[in-house]
Design a protein around this ligand. Structure first.
Ligand SMILES: [Co+2]
Length: 468
């Protein structure tokens, strides 16, 4: 998931964790952008007033039903289901060895030993020097025994899902079908449909599936009720989705195009991302990673319609570290030269992503909505004037925590007529809305992204596959 480059923002305070919910869900933490002005501190907050049920908008929304996801059932019914041909075998069925298409086999069935493939291992190019041992120790304690296997499992789910996308998605398909296909695959392979209260906090989508075309750079996802967008042969599509287990998110993205015109654009961005991955390491300064990314990206140009364009790194987006249940952990790695001396540290998880564009290399907030996320610092309970907002706040805490979600994820839970409640949560600083981000019309942009972890002696690129 793309991270907007913070401007005047201090790093998040990692020490403000709320008491853990089930499955270690951390529902509070740092401070996302733009929240500072909409809230004036914690002084007036507390449990008092939490019983206030007066309904400011005079309307009651129907109770949230988690058991009857009618919209999903309808959608499923409409889809043509191709059942894989059953091979008749004598004797007891042997365990599956190959993922189906569309992907529906639990990865835990494909890897019955529980040992998931290790990501690519890269040795550090710089030897380790002095490090902040206390902080490293704190990170080690957050990573329990199953942490790494779960992370590798989430990466395997990402690989198997995106292989299906790469093999089956064609011009003529709608973005809605592509997004739902990705999400159906991720949830099936994890064995968590996320429909029962709290299930989505155990494992599921890491953020709204991003499907951005051409000048749309990041943070577009199809919304319910919107006119279908049909993928065209000449489109450049960024596919950005996340898979989480216990809040640890694999954030990985790639770009698809069907016209070789854009090959160089894709190559530039893939190269820049790999340069960033290569530069990453313990005690490496952020500014040094950025410099490698920029140099790789700017060594390319692309010819479109007889005109040559430089590939520009997108200035207002950045790679980022990942914290449990927080897609953006507080460290940002821009794709252009900067003076940030902040160092990467042992145990940290980073999403190394880059975006390149033939446009201005800057993003603008577009119309519409991508998703919503609980403000990391917002209190768990808060007096709200609107009953529907209180109920929605609970639904969000129970099902998403601080994981960013979109309207489709909310509606598949059976939640209806939530816009007034959502606006109330936004205006009270509890929920942060995310807008689509685009460069100028007529431009083309690409994205590649991997999630890696900095082990003590080597880094592991968890989401690496034979595709990218
Ligand atoms: Co990301």
């Amino acid at each position: 998931m793309g991270s907007k480059t913070p401007e005047n923002e201090g790093h998040r305070n990692h020490d403000q964790d709320e008491p853990s919910k089930s499955d270690g869900a951390r529902l509070a933490g740092g401070e996302p952008r733009g929240s500072h002005t909409s809230r004036d501190g914690d002084g007036s907050l507390g449990d008092k007033g939490g019983d206030d049920e007066s309904d400011g908008d005079g309307r009651q929304t129907s109770p949230v039903s988690l058991e009857t996801p009618t919209s999903t059932a309808d959608a499923d019914a409409k889809k043509k289901k191709k059942k894989p041909k059953k091979k008749k075998k004598k004797g007891p069925a042997s365990p599956p060895t190959k993922q189906s298409s569309p992907p529906r086999i639990l990865v835990s069935d494909l890897f019955p030993s529980g040992n998931y493939p290790e990501g690519e291992v890269q040795l550090y190019t710089k030897p380790r020097t002095a490090a902040a041992e206390l902080r490293i120790e704190a990170l080690r304690q957050k990573h329990d025994a199953e942490f790494l296997q779960n992370y590798r499992k989430a990466a395997e789910v990402h690989r198997e899902t995106r292989r299906w996308v790469q093999e089956t998605v064609k011009p003529g398909h709608t973005l809605r079908d592509i997004a739902e296909g990705i999400e159906d695959s991720v949830r099936a392979l994890l064995g968590h449909q996320g429909l029962e209260t709290g299930d989505g906090l155990k494992a599921g989508m890491g953020f709204p599936t991003g499907l951005c075309l051409n000048h749309e750079v990041a943070h577009y996802t199809p919304n319910p009720g919107q006119k279908d967008v049909v993928l065209k042969h000449e489109d450049v599509m960024k596919v950005d989705f996340g898979v989480h287990i216990n809040g640890w998110i694999v954030d990985s993205a790639f770009t698809m195009s069907f016209d070789p015109t854009y090959d160089n654009l894709l190559a530039a961005v893939k190269d820049a991302t790999n340069a960033g991955i290569k530069a990453a390491g313990i005690d490496v300064r952020i500014c040094d990673v950025s410099a490698e990314i920029q140099e790789a990206m700017e060594s390319y140009e692309v010819e479109i319609g007889g005109k040559t364009y430089p590939v520009k790194p997108v200035r207002d987006l950045s790679a980022h570290n990942i914290d449990q249940y927080h897609i953006h952990g507080g460290k940002s790695i821009p794709f252009v030269k900067n003076k940030d001396q902040t160092k990467m540290e042992e145990g940290e998880v980073f999403a190394i992503e880059t975006f390149g564009s033939t446009g201005r290399g800057r993003i603008y907030e577009d119309n519409g909505i991508y998703g919503y996320g609980l403000n990391h610092n917002a209190p768990l309970s808060m007096p709200l004037p609107v009953v529907s907002a209180k109920r929605l706040h609970k639904t969000i805490r129970d099902n998403f925590g601080t994981i960013v979600f979109c309207r489709r994820y909310l509606e598949r839970l059976g939640v209806e007529r939530y816009l007034a409640g959502m606006n109330c949560l936004i205006s009270n600083g509890i929920v942060e809305p995310y807008a689509p981000l685009a460069d100028i019309k007529g431009s083309y942009s690409a994205q590649f992204e991997h999630t890696l972890i900095l082990h003590e002696t080597q880094k592991e690129i968890l989401s690496r596959g034979d595709d990218y």
